[in-house]
Ligand binder design. Sequence first.
Ligand code: ACO
Length: 310
Amino acid sequence: MNVGILGTGHYVPTKVMTNKDMEKIVDTTDEWIRTRTGIEERRFAEDEIDTSDMAYHAAKEALKEANISPEEIDLILVATVTPDTPFPSVSCMIQDRLGATNAAALDLGAACAGFVYGLVTATQFVKAGAYKNVLVVGADKLSKIIDWEDRSTCVLLGDGAGAIVVGEVGEGKGVLSFELGSKGSGGKDLLQNKEGFMEMNGREVFKFAVRQMPESTVNVVEKIGLQKEDVDYLVPHQANIRIMDAARERLGMASDKMAKTITKYGNNSSASIPMALSESVKNGNIKDNDLIVLVGFGGGLAWGAAAIRW
Ligand code: ACO
């Protein structure tokens, strides 16, 4: 059975915060943020909008695009590091709100790689014949865990959500290969500290990501007997444009063949990849039959990649 993505959706909060706005909060400059990270602005959700609200809106759009009713969903997986509450889970909250009366619901945590872990998990359930349609959401309200006194992290982050519906697709299409990995010894370099804030050893994470992201991308392509030249479009985790470019250049791909939502949304953790994917589908950058690669890395440390024939 071929299993792939039936529909995509995303939600971005309306409140825009530019680099100039960040200059008013911490000792930084628009120039530093642009050149070191590629970020120009980010979105922050209003107080009354939590992770589950963003997840709900993204999910609604994905279901509409997939032409699937809420009752047809068998399982909801939500990747998040910033749930409204540890329990009830975000997946249970949106199960109720969507009216997905037949769905099991589970949140999963693999930080910025969480969405790829969710996609791969969903794919296995459908391939096994256990479930027909699985809703996978990546949603994070990182503004809840930003340390506004740490200029090296607060300028990087933004809020948002993205979603997909996973189910059976046509011959030769869908998820063709994947790679998941973890390295817990690096956990100390990227974590939520006792105060509840994100804390990061940026240089160490950078070194790890700049090696892991290109490697995983090449691995999933080689696993299906194809060459890096065969990749039509790359949807990487949006953490830093320099890390993303390293992966793209390793594949020898042109700049316009990579999703770059980081410029306007910053790093949205679990939500970055599905938001970038949904936008790329809607703006026509991903076309029928394209070979695309999704690749993410983050806290854990954990990483994941998938090659998909669209
Ligand atoms: N404005 C101005 N200066 C700053 C800022 C800022 N916002 N932040 C740090 N600096 C300063 C530092 O204090 C340092 O000054 P010093 O040399 O006097 O000590 C200088 O800039 C250089 O700092 P570096 O850490 O070497 O800068 P670098 O080029 O490594 O960029 C960055 C920092 C952008 C954080 C980079 O290391 C990075 O992107 N790391 C990976 C981050 C990442 O991918 N995280 C992933 C997961 S997090 C998640 O996805 C949710």
